[in-house]
Design a protein around this ligand. Sequence first.
Ligand SMILES: Cc1cc2nc3c(=O)[nH]c(=O)nc-3n(C[C@H](O)[C@H](O)[C@H](O)COP(=O)(O)OP(=O)(O)OC[C@H]3O[C@@H](n4cnc5c(N)ncnc54)[C@H](O)[C@@H]3O)c2cc1C
Length: 410
Amino acid sequence: MSAATENREIVIIGGGIIGCCSAYYLTRHPSYDTSRHKVTLLEATEIAGGASGKAGGLLAQWAYPSSIVPLSYKLHADLAKEHGGKDRWGYREVSCGQLIGTGRPLSDKKGASGAESGSSVSLQKRSAAAMAKLKAAGIPSDLDWFAPELLKGYDSMSDPGETAQVHPYLFTTSMAKLAEEKGAKIVLGSVTKIDQPDNTVKSVTYTEKESGEQRTIPATDVIVAAGPWTPSVLPEAPISNTRAHSVVIRPTRPVSAYTLFTNIAIPGNFDPSKPSRPTVVAPEIYARPDETVYCCGEGDHSVRLPNTTAEVEVNQESCQDIINQVGSVSDELRDGQVCARQACYLPTVSTARGGPLVGHSGTKGLYVAAGHTCWGIQNAPGTGKLMSEFVFDGNAKSAKIGSLDPRNYM
Ligand SMILES: Cc1cc2nc3c(=O)[nH]c(=O)nc-3n(C[C@H](O)[C@H](O)[C@H](O)COP(=O)(O)OP(=O)(O)OC[C@H]3O[C@@H](n4cnc5c(N)ncnc54)[C@H](O)[C@@H]3O)c2cc1C
């Protein structure tokens, strides 16, 4: 009997984007048969409660690792086409570039036209002199939601076709729902043990979220996709973590479709309550089709990874720093409405090659799909498809990913 024709009890640990995409592609694999194959996804707290629901959502042909990016970028486009991703999870092609500017002090409440804040300024209202300045600095004319006198330059990193975006929370929860529609079962419970006698997986034990009761289910195949928590179920996995804060702002008016890396010089007199030396900050700013703008700041290691996504500590000051930084170059963002202040943990891989780890673990029936660093949204569909191939075909078919083999590291 081939692996695909046997009865299989497939358990996925983790309901982030990687676990949900794995569930989706397992239920779409040509060998998947609901009469013989059971797919159970165990999520400790909430689907997309971690980084997968709080990330930016940029997809790029130039992301890394190159072994998985082209496959995954294409699968994102295919998924959006098949399931109406444009409306369902905000999939769209988008421009991407680096914006260089100088922030104005917080006390400066003047708008780009010189008017007091509150009167939002659109490109049409700008003076000929401001327009000429933007053109000279190479700033696209539709990037009109930044104060022209504060901008120094714009370097295009890619045009639509090479970069796209999704709303990560909507994408991840949609993948979970689509997997459920084809028979996958989603259970809220925290895995405490993978039983693997004789180097073969046998069962998974978890604490059910609602009842707090301990349960054990049989398993022939276990995919560990617990992001930064992966070492809690697989201690030998070389995965660590970094916390990152982000905010979502509804700007004073709809803004053009750009994903921006920034380089903003912050003057010494930026915040009189916090006198400091001039510095440079680099928040990422992503306009979204739902007329919000996502902005994230730099990572920190000041608070250890908590036990669950629900216990992630949000430092309000870190969120306010991001709001102040992006507002220092844009009236539309400064005077907009802040809809979310949040934090999450990015999974990082503590090896020279950088990860992610995707494939067999070395124990029969145990696979790893974790450590996706800052490109987990981009690389999730590719990872999910490859995991379905590992489980049903025994090896990866859609991409050559030997360099990501977890056995190289564990
Ligand atoms: C600020 C920020 C911005 C980002 N922007 C982008 C971007 O623009 N583009 C991009 O491609 N990537 C981006 N990323 C990276 C991306 O968010 C991550 O790589 C990706 O979300 C990781 O997904 P995951 O499923 O591996 O982990 P997670 O999303 O952390 O999911 C892991 C899940 O496992 C569950 N879990 C943990 N332990 C257990 C257990 N014992 N039992 C059961 N369940 C368990 C957790 O509750 C959690 O839901 C960004 C990340 C950050 C932090």
